[in-house]
Design a protein around this ligand. Structure first.
Ligand code: 5GP
Ligand code: ZN
Length: 136
């Protein structure tokens, strides 16, 4: 994956501000942060997105996110925390190597509307249709 910027960061070809590393993951500060301390969990192996990420790593990534959320909240004294994970261009993904955003939130910070969207509503019967379609 020589053209993948995150693979190149993981290989050490491009410098990054690394706050954690183990055999499966590297965690770096985002270069254009939504808030101070915004970090990215990167699996060391290249998987384009959540669809490709093996289940075993899904479990590990969430455990690591919980650990880092607690640690970063303590160290940064932030007031809240978002986990964000984009899959596909239409969903806002710009780097096609799976990553989980760890975004500290501050009461007096910018980007208060970081994750807001227009709220739609369902017509009669639509909810039932969706439940019929989606129930697993
Ligand atoms: P996405 O939009 O794909 O969910 O997020 C990609 C993120 O990667 C963006 O927040 C962007 O700022 C970050 N990013 C892109 N290139 C680099 C880089 O070279 N180094 C670091 N540390 N972050 C990057
Ligand atoms: Zn990659």
């Amino acid at each position: 994956m020589e053209n993948c910027i995150f693979c190149r960061i993981i290989a050490g070809e491009i410098p990054s501000a690394t706050i954690y590393e183990d055999e499966d993951f590297k965690v770096i500060l985002d270069i254009s942060p939504a808030a101070k301390g915004h970090a990215l969990i990167l699996p060391k192996q290249h998987y384009a997105n959540l669809y490709e990420l093996p289940e075993e790593l899904c479990g590990k990534v969430m455990k690591l996110a919980k650990r880092l959320a607690a640690h970063m909240t303590e160290k940064l004294s932030c007031d809240g925390f978002n986990l964000v994970q984009n899959n596909g261009e239409v969903a806002g993904q710009t780097v096609f190597h799976f990553h989980l955003h760890l975004i500290p939130r501050y009461k007096d910070g910018d980007n208060r509307d970081l994750l807001t969207w227009n709220q739609l509503s369902y017509q009669d019967g639509e909810t039932d249709q969706l439940v019929g379609l989606l129930r697993l």
